[in-house]
Every structure is written in structure tokens, then in C-alpha cells.
Design a protein around this ligand. Structure first.
Ligand SMILES: *Cc1c(COP(=O)(O)O)cnc(C)c1O
Length: 471
């Protein structure tokens, strides 16, 4: 059976997996989602028990690439290459924190955040697809801290790719910035925007909506709007649920949320048949999503900096994929809803849709004080150091779980050494960087600051690509 991808706005043509991978955002401004969900049956889930991470990734992702030029064997080869150098042989190990409470450690990849799990695979898929076609692309992405370095590590030194990453100037941590600006590769370009993450994201969207620019540079994206990234994230939800007893037992997850990509992947796994009881959308003070699940309305406010900068977001791009589902896959209705949200900063989805969302999702918010308290408590009770993002998911898991008989898994989204100041302030212990990054703070940086101005950013991109082309 072959798999096609449709846009959430309903007018862009349906594509196969390779097309959706290379396109990123759909041409009608929507996001690609599978036309139908492959099924995870009870017997299919049982067959996954005991597999290594790469093998499991191959089995779970194979139906999503069916009918494209990727073969199942090739997927297996790319997956084992992608996960070979992780700092933990289990790739995504589970650590028990308390009775029926677990931490899923997703920070053993090269840049110490969960985004390495999707992007190490997606970078290789990009390179493979482009090389096969004899094409090059320019990847542009916005990052609130972690996507950027994960995308850069996934794309560096790949011949078919130039990558431009926009991040909010002075609003990412030292470690996060240096992981981007110290990469010495000719195809890697970073831009510090004088603005917020949402400004960066708007600039990226505006570049995609400028069709002439988009076609001239063959723009593409690997951030969480890219379907392939969501696909690769479904894998660890399946792996975790299976190791905790699925299909026999359901599992719940608490997900520290910014762009809604990670928790949407959990929801997708649920739509495929994975027995998930509860999904907690854990946010910091930038709590637009938590407020949505409380009050049936998305209402935008200004972005405030916090101890968990990767979640300092108001407009969560992937939320549109949930909206698409809540509006029964009606692209015209999604287009109208998103236009209203753009225009007024508000979106009410109606009581029935909201109730449906609430069957699975619970919202949660925690401020910086609460985050530090949680880091301290976890350290006191378990001896584990956890980063602020992971702490928010743990606090949410403790406070919002509906059923104590169901295993609850809090996502460990970043390594504590990525946010050493917050961890030290809470516990008195400064977490050490793992060996491969021990000299990070001594590596030279290259920083390019630009105003929040589309023309200036486009000129920068054109210049850099042109210099490369001429060389
Ligand atoms: C990216 C990121 C998040 C937010 O994930 P989304 O998929 O954007 O919701 C949370 N925590 C950390 C550490 C991250 O890197």
C-alpha cells in the first residue's frame, strides 16, 4: 500500500513521502499529514517487544514511506547509522523515578536534546533523497534553542544541503548558542534575530510564502513542521509503550511542549492504535496551550523569557495538525480558522471539538519558581539532575495524572548540562557536559546579528548561497 500526504489547508497537491519530506511546509501554507493512519495492531505491537531502537524505528516508519523511493531495507540502514553514535546503547532509555513514574531520557544524542532522535534520521533521509535526484536544497529553520543545533548536526558537511538557522538574539542559553555558532562547516549558517522565537518563525514562514525566493533557493525545512520529523518521533512513544506493557497495558505521557511537535507525535501514535491513556501538555509561563485545554480557546499573548527557553512560544505550528483532526480533516475549515487566529489572535474551536481534545489531552503550566522546586525535589528524592524542561514534564506528571494504575512517562527533553545555571541554582550541583562536548565553551564562535526584517534576512541567505555557488 502506498502512503500519500495531504495538506491541512486542503488545496496543495497530495505527495508521497519523499515529496513531503523535501517540501516541508505545503504550498498552500498548510502542514502535511498522512492521508490515512497506518495501524498498530495488538499483534503488531507484540512483535516489536525486545527489538533494538533502530530495528523498531524501521518497523514503525516503514508504512509511512510505502510507495516512495525509500525502501524498507534502506530505512533500516539509515536508522542504524542515525542511532549508532548515541551516548547510550538503548538510545532512549527509561529511568524509574517513582512507583509507576518514569523518565524517558531523550538526550543522549550529539546535541543533548530530544530533537536529535528525529533529526539524525531526517538529515540522512534528506541527503539520500537529494543525492538520488541530483538536487541541492537550502534548509531554513527557526529555533528557540534546541532544534537549531540538532538540525545543524544532522546536516553539517552534507554536500546537497545549505542550512540557515534563525534564533532569537540573547534568548537562548550559552550552551545552546555555542552548539550552533561554533560549528565550523561551510554549509552551516546561523542568524541571531533581534526579536523573539515567534519573530524568527514568522520570518521563516514569510520566506516560504515568497514563492520566487522559495523556488530560487529551493527552500526546505527540517524543523517540526516537517512531517518526517513527526514520523521519527512516533518511534520512541511506541518503543516506550511496548517496553512498559503495551498492547496489554496503556501508558500515559507528560510532554514538555513548545511547538506541539513532540506531543503531536504521541497523539499520532495513539491514532495509529497505540494504547495511550492520557497526554499531558506541559508548558512554562508561556501557557497558551495549557489555557486552550482549560478554556476551549486559543488566545495569543506576548512571549516571556523563562528558564525553559525551548518552550518560550505562543504560536505552536504543529497545533494546526490537531486542529485539522478536530475539524474532521476539512482543509477549508482549517484555512478559515487559521486566518481568524492570524487576524484576531484568538481561535475558539467550539465545545464539541474541545471536549474531544480533552478526552486525551490535559494542559499544565509551571512558572520558573515551580520549575526550580521540581528540579530540587527530584534531586533530593532520586539523586537525578534534570533540566528545566524535563522538570516541567515531571511536575505535570505528578500533579495531573488521572489514573495511578497507568504507567506515567515524563519526557526527559534535554540533558541537564544544557541548562547548567538553572540546575545549579536549584540543587547546588553544576552538571558536567558529556565528554564529546567538554571543550564547547572554548570553541570559537561566529555570530551574525540581523534585525527582524525579512528583506535583510533574505539578502543574507542569497549572499551566502551565491558565495558558495561561485566558489
Ligand atoms: C524543542 C523542545 C521542546 C518543545 O518541543 P515541541 O516539539 O516544540 O513541542 C521542549 N523541550 C526541549 C528541551 C526542546 O528542545
Amino acid at each position: 500500500m502506498s502512503m500519500r500526504y495531504v495538506s491541512t489547508r486542503g488545496t496543495a497537491p497530495a505527495l508521497d513521502f519523499e515529496g513531503a519530506l523535501l517540501a516541508g511546509l505545503a504550498r498552500d501554507g498548510g502542514l502535511y499529514v498522512p492521508q490515512t493512519w497506518p495501524e498498530l495492531t495488538p499483534s503488531g505491537l507484540k512483535a516489536l517487544a525486545g527489538l533494538g531502537y533502530a530495528d523498531l524505528a524501521q518497523r514503525v516508519t516503514a508504512p509511512f514511506v510505502a510507495g516512495s523511493r525509500f525502501t524498507a531495507a534502506e530505512l533500516g540502514e539509515l536508522a542504524s547509522d542515525a542511532y549508532r553514535d548515541f551516548g547510550h546503547v538503548a538510545v532512549a532509555p527509561l529511568k524509574q523515578l517513582d512507583r509507576n513514574l518514569w523518565l524517558l531520557e531523550l538526550f543522549h544524542g550529539p546535541t543533548l536534546a530530544f530533537k536529535d532522535l528525529p533529526l539524525q534520521l531526517v538529515g540522512r533521509m534528506f541527503d539520500r533523497a537529494l543525492t538520488r535526484r541530483g538536487e541541492r536544497v537550502t534548509i531554513v529553520g527557526a529555533t528557540s534553542g534546541d532544534t537549531g543545533s540538532a538540525a545543524i548536526e544532522a546536516c553539517r558537511d552534507r554536500a546537497a544541503i545549505d542550512i540557515f538557522i534563525l534564533y532569537p538574539h540573547n534568548r537562548v542559553s550559552d550552551v545552546q548558542r555555542r552548539q550552533m555558532t561554533s560549528v565550523d562547516a561551510p554549509n552551516v549558517h546561523t542568524i541571531a534575530i533581534e526579536g523573539s522565537f515567534d519573530d524568527c518563525q514568522d520570518l521563516v514562514k514569510a520566506m516560504f510564502n515568497d514563492m520566487a525566493f522559495r523556488d530560487r533557493h529551493r527552500l526546505s525545512a527540517v524543523n517540526s513542521i516537517n512531517w518526517a520529523r513527526i514520523m521519527a518521533q512516533i518511534v520512541y512513544y511506541v518503543a516506550t509503550a511496548v517496553s512498559l506493557g503495551a498492547p496489554r497495558r496503556p501508558v500515559s505521557f507528560s510532554v514538555p511542549t513548545g511547538n506541539f511537535g513532540n506531543v503531536y507525535a504521541a497523539y499520532a501514535a495513539h491514532l495509529m492504535g497505540l494504547p495511550i491513556d492520557q497526554l499531558i501538555v506541559a508548558t512554562n509561563r508561556n501557557d497558551i496551550l495549557a489555557r486552550f485545554f482549560d478554556a476551549a480557546e486559543l488566545r495569543i499573548e506576548t512571549v516571556e523569557p523563562s528558564l525553559s527557553p525551548s518552550m518560550d512560544i505562543q504560536v505552536s505550528s504543529n497545533f494546526e495538525r490537531l486542529i485539522f483532526d478536530l475539524y474532521d480533516r476539512d482543509g477549508a475549515a482549517v484555512t478559515a480558522a487559521m486566518a481568524e487566529f492570524r487576524r484576531t489572535g484568538r481561535l475558539a474551536v467550539g465545545n464539541a471539538r474541545w471536549q474531544r481534545a480533552r478526552e486525551r489531552f490535559t494542559g499544565f503550566r509551571l512558572d520558573d519558581e515551580g520549575t526550580k522546586d521540581c528540579i530540587r525535589e527530584v534531586y533530593r528524592k532520586t539523586g537525578e539532575l534534570v533540566d528545566p524542561h524535563s522538570a516541567i514534564s515531571i511536575a505535570a506528571a505528578l500533579r495531573c495524572r488521572r489514573d495511578h494504575q497507568v504507567p506515567m512517562v515524563a519526557l526527559g527533553a534535554a540533558h541537564p548540562a544544557k541548562f547548567p545555571d538553572a540546575v545549579e541554582a536549584a540543587t547546588g550541583v553544576r552538571p558536567a557536559l558529556p565528554r564529546h562536548l567538554a571543550d564547547l565553551l572554548d570553541r570559537p564562535e561566529r555570530i551574525n546579528v540581523l534585525p527582524n526584517d525579512l528583506r535583510r534576512v533574505q539578502a543574507f541567505v542569497s549572499d551566502r548561497v551565491a558565495i558558495k555557488g561561485a566558489a
